[in-house]
Design a binder for this molecule. Sequence first.
Ligand code: BEZ
Length: 209
Amino acid sequence: MSAPSMTLFHNPASPFVRKVMVLLHETGQLNRVALQPSQLSPVSPDAALNQDNPLGKIPALRLADGTVLYDSRVILEYLDQQHVGNPLIPREGSARWRRLTLAALADGILEAAVMIRYELALRAPEKHWAQWLDAQREKIRRALAVLEADNIAELSCHFDVAAISVACALGYLDLRHPDLQWRDAQPQLAAWYADVSQRPSMQASVPQV
Ligand code: BEZ
């Protein structure tokens, strides 16, 4: 087996990193990437990461020639063009825009969920901004309701960029926001998630925190 040619700034709790790990697994590319642990938060940056990504965000992927790619969407697109199997991001046509829009919906859930996590974990309780937290939670609820009402069949047909992104979003809600009890109002999504959670790529990337 050849040595990994790429380096991924990695944190097992990051759902954006998890998307990349799941795609690497699904496309048989895990051994091409070395993981560089990155412990960071908005108030405790990772100096090595900042050298490669001035935004200080993970995931960031350093290629063999030193080029650094970020964010997760760009990395997924790049990695999906580096394997010979069926693409997990449609290359063209309406399917491309549909699947990327579903992936963006999942990323929006994640962005809100991570912001809530930072507010609750990093700021003193008396400084928590309840109205803002509620607005973030509402954003998540609206997005989940749309997935339940409109997208179960679409999610079920391929485990591609859209499904990977939604699965990682739901996994992160379970990890950091079990209080949201998202399954109660989304039974079909819960059944879909129970199924895809069994995939080796999802099992191998369950956050160990
Ligand atoms: C978390 O611990 O929830 C987390 C870690 C890294 C990136 C995003 C979230």
